[in-house]
Ligand binder design. Structure first.
Ligand code: ZN
Length: 474
């Protein structure tokens, strides 16, 4: 069943990731994923959940509404940027996976968590557990008085001056001329100009860096736009904890836009992104000699196409040279194999579930309660540091055991194959390895026979011979 009506859930929170991922960027990435999958966005659920804590019991109305809509069939797919946008509570994740199983809606994240396999769901649940631990650790490290100050939107007063802010004003007052330059540079970046263009403009206007009063360089300009302070974002130990109450050169949204642009620019130059580019390379075996065939792009008379061939010049894995006798177009083979894989995934029945999930939430709650109590006593000074950390480590390892059991149990319970097809149909570049993994659940290998050269007619169907996994499966 192909999901058509998607609910996108975006969440802003006070964690590191939240800072890098404003609500608009999350939504944009989710919409792009939907487009690739051929899904329609029915509704966006924006949550302003600035607690970002697993201990907080704050209600999330948008989340609740979305799950209700999925239950009622108003939407039949949910897309989030990443699993920790959905939830940072493992119990909530477990509940979510149960809902998904019961109501059969599709679920996808732009980071490519694969909920179609047991392993994928296990990874998903474990990721959820890790996300929860991160927020707990963060809560522990927090120096309360400083945090309280910052939670009121008051940035830390220390540190060197940042361009745009008045010297000695503790980031509370701006320098209008510098703000003007920052805003001009912002408009330039939005109009596809580069940090280098900003360097030239700022230098030409006689502007100098705030510290050493030197001329601007690309690195220095980038550093300004990378600074959270410029977007009025208050951080505590690298965690985004809210917006400054004082004026700042860019709004949070503008600052986030800049991050997207700067990320995109560095991304285009990054080498080493070339990976396996063909879905079935490795699966194709020469019908003449059995060696693994290569797949390559070729350009002949200005036309670019893929071909697959038995390589006679290289020693194969078996130590022998290929026969070099088979050489043919790859796309026809790919189309045939796509039909086979799609059909197999389509008919694959959902696996019967194993034993019912263990309900460990009671035990987990008790342990969480004990940890909270411990923390309270330690904060109140009723406990030696050493005793505190000892007991904490002990309780935490018990908690971890329970969570792994809970996760494994949730995985067994919520296993579905419903969205394997959705994963399969996303033929974007980034999804290639996941699609190859799906291929390997269907196809063992494919013998490819020669069809002769220069033939105009499409090849005969038996010019390839597919060996499915487990042979009787197809
Ligand atoms: Zn061969």
């Amino acid at each position: 069943m192909k999901p058509k009506r998607v609910g996108i859930y975006v969440r802003i929170s006070k964690d590191r990731k939240g800072q890098e991922l404003g609500i608009q960027r999350q939504e944009k990435a989710c919409r792009e994923l939907c487009e690739r999958m051929g899904w329609t966005v029915h509704k966006v659920y924006p949550e302003n959940d600035t607690s970002a804590s697993t201990t907080s019991r704050k209600k999330r109305p948008q989340y609740a509404e979305m799950v209700r809509d999925a239950r009622d069939g108003v939407i039949d797919a949910i897309v989030v940027y990443s699993i920790d946008r959905l939830t940072r509570r493992i119990t909530e994740l477990t509940a979510f996976l149960e809902e998904q199983k019961e109501h059969g809606f599709a679920f996808a994240t732009t980071e490519g968590e694969d909920t179609s396999t047991a392993n994928g769901r296990m990874i998903l649940t474990i990721k959820g557990a890790v996300a929860q631990q991160e927020t707990e650790r963060m809560a522990e490290r927090v120096n309360t008085s400083l945090l309280q100050r910052r939670e009121k939107g008051k940035p830390h007063a220390g540190g060197p001056r940042v361009f745009g802010f008045e010297e000695g004003s503790n980031f509370q007052r701006l320098v209008p001329e510098e703000v003007e330059l920052i805003r001009l540079g912002y408009d330039m970046l939005m109009n596809r100009q580069t940090p280098g263009d900003i360097v030239r403009l700022w230098n030409a206007k006689g502007s100098r860096t705030s510290g050493a009063q030197t001329a601007w360089s690309i690195q220095k300009v980038k550093r300004i736009y990378r600074s959270e302070r410029v977007g009025g974002i208050v951080t505590y130990k690298g965690q985004d904890i809210g917006d400054s109450v004082y004026p700042h050169p860019l709004t949070r949204e503008e600052w986030e836009n800049v991050q997207t642009i700067l990320d995109g620019r560095s991304g285009t130059k990054k080498p080493g992104t070339a990976k396996r580019k063909h879905l079935y390379s490795g699966f194709l075996k020469c019908g003449g000699c059995g060696s693994t065939m290569r797949v390559q792009w070729a350009t002949i008379q200005g036309r670019r196409f893929r071909r697959t061939f038995c390589h006679s010049g290289a020693v194969g894995r078996n130590g022998e040279l290929g026969c070099g006798k088979v050489n043919r177009s790859y796309s026809w083979i790919e189309e045939r194999l796509n039909e086979v894989v799609e059909a197999a995934l389509n008919h694959r029945a959902p696996k019967p579930t194993a034993a019912p999930a263990e309900d460990l939430s009671g035990e987990i709650n008790v342990l969480e309660e004990r940890i909270r109590g411990l923390r309270k006593r330690w904060k109140a000074g009723d406990m030696e540091d050493e005793d505190y950390f000892d007991s904490l480590a002990h309780l935490r390892s018990q908690l971890q055991d329970l969570r792994v059991r809970e996760a494994a149990s949730a995985v067994r319970e919520a296993r579905t194959e419903t969205d394997a097809l959705a994963v399969w149909r996303d033929d974007s570049e980034q999804n290639l390895e996941r699609r190859r993994a799906l291929v390997s659940t269907v196809i063992q290998e494919v013998k490819v026979y020669s069809v002769g050269r220069g033939r105009r007619k499409p090849p005969e169907i038996d010019s390839i011979k597919i060996t499915p996994i487990g042979a009787e499966g197809l």
